[in-house]
Design a protein around this ligand. Structure first.
Ligand code: NDP
Ligand code: KAL
Length: 257
C-alpha cells in the first residue's frame, strides 16, 4: 500500500535529539513516504540529527539552519528550501523556549523580557514561519504545531509558557482563517508530558508525569510515536476537513475534572 504522504515535501523544525517530539514525528512521516527537510537552531542538534538519520536509514532532502528569533534566518532558510526543494506541502513547528528561572515559582514574578522571549520563540515563531512557508505551499498544505494543556488550565510551574501556548493556540485559529483560502490548514497537537531535553531540569515534570499514569482514562503516559502518528494524520489528506483545531494526544487526561 502506498504511504499516506507519498510525494509530499515536509519541513520539520525542532529535532534536538532522539527524545525530541519532532523526531517521533519525523519517523511517522518517513513511514508514510514523506520527503523530509529539517531545520535546527544549534549546530549540536544538527549533528545529532545527522547521526539519527544515519542510524535509522533515513535521508533528508535538505537540512538547514534556522533560528526563529531572527527574521533574516527565517527568510534565508525558506529561500534555500525554495531553491533546493521547490514546493512544500507540510510544516511541523515543534519549537518553544522560556528562561528556566521563570518556569518555577509565581507567574506574577515573570519579567517583561522573559514574557516577551517566551512569546517570541514559542508563539510568534509560528506566525513568522507560516508567512514564509505559505509562499512555498502552492499546491496547498498543512501546518502543525505542538502545545500543552497549561494553555487552558493553570499547571504549576508552566507559568509564562502557559500564556505563550495560549497565544500559540489562538494564532492557530487566526492563521487557519488567513491561509484556508489557499488550501492550507493549520492545527495543533496538545501532547501529554513526555521526557525530552526541554522537560529536563524543569521543576514539577516528574509529578505531572506520574499523575497521568494514575488519573488519565488510559492510565498511561503518551510517547513521541503517538504524537508522531497524530501529527502525521494532520499532515495527510485524511484530515482534509480539519483546520484551526487543537487535538489532545494525552491519554484523555484533559477531560478529567
Ligand atoms: P526538545 O528540547 O526536544 O525540542 C525543543 C526544540 O526547540 C529544540 O530542537 C530547539 O532547537 C528548538 N528551539 C528553541 N529555540 C529555538 C529557536 N530560537 N529557533 C529554532 N528552534 C528553537 O523538546 P520537545 O520535543 O519536548 O519540544 C517540542 C515542542 O513540543 C515544544 O513546542 C514543546 O513546548 C512542545 N510540547 C512538549 C511537551 C513535553 O512534555 N515534552 C508536551 C507538550 C508540548 P535546538 O535544539 O537547535 O536548540
Ligand atoms: C508543567 C510542566 C513542567 C515543566 C515546566 C515548564 C516546561 C516548559 C517547556 C520549555 C520549552 C522548556 C524550556 O524552555 C527549557 C529551557 O529553559 C532550557 N533548555 C534548553 O535550553 C534546551 C537545551 C533546549 C533544547 O530546549 C529548548 N526548549 O530550546 C510542563 C510539562 C509537564 C510538559 C512540557 C515539558 C511541556 C512543554 O511545552 O515542553
Amino acid at each position: 500500500m502506498p504511504g499516506l504522504l507519498e510525494g509530499k515535501n515536509i519541513v520539520v523544525m525542532g529535532v534536538a535529539n532522539q527524545r525530541s517530539i519532532a523526531w517521533g514525528i519525523a519517523k511517522s512521516l518517513h513511514n508514510q513516504g514523506a520527503t523530509l527537510i529539517f531545520t535546527n537552531r544549534q549546530e549540536r542538534s544538527h549533528k545529532k540529527l545527522l547521526k539519527l538519520l544515519d542510524e535509522n536509514d533515513m535521508e533528508a532532502a535538505l537540512t538547514v539552519s534556522l533560528d526563529v528569533a531572527s527574521d533574516e534566518s527565517i527568510t534565508a532558510a525558506f529561500q534555500e528550501i525554495k531553491e533546493k526543494v521547490g514546493v512544500i506541502h507540510g510544516l511541523v513547528h515543534a519549537v518553544a523556549f522560556a528562561n528556566r528561572e521563570e518556569l518555577q515559582g509565581e507567574y506574577a514574578d515573570t519579567s517583561r523580557e522573559g514574557f516577551l522571549l517566551a512569546q517570541e520563540i514559542s508563539a510568534f515563531s509560528l506566525v513568522a514561519v507560516t508567512k514564509a512557508a505559505k509562499e512555498l505551499m502552492t499546491e496547498g498544505g498543512s501546518i502543525v504545531t505542538q502545545t500543552y494543556l497549561g494553555s487552558e488550565k493553570v499547571v504549576r510551574n508552566y507559568n509564562v509558557m502557559g500564556v505563550a501556548k495560549a497565544s500559540l493556540e489562538a494564532s492557530v485559529r487566526y492563521l487557519a482563517e488567513d491561509v484556508g483560502k489557499y488550501g492550507i490548514r493549520v492545527n495543533a497537537i496538545s501532547a501529554g508530558p513526555i521526557r525530552t531535553l526541554s522537560a529536563k531540569g524543569v521543576s514539577g515534570f516528574n509529578d505531572i508525569n506520574a499523575t497521568i499514569g494514575e488519573k488519565a482514562p488510559l492510565r498511561r503516559n503518551v510517547d513521541q510515536d503517538q504524537v508522531g502518528d497524530a501529527t502525521m494524520f494532520f499532515l495527510s489528506d485524511l484530515s482534509r476537513g480539519i483546520t484551526g483545531e487543537v487535538l489532545h494526544v494525552d491519554s484523555g487526561y484533559h477531560i478529567i475534572g
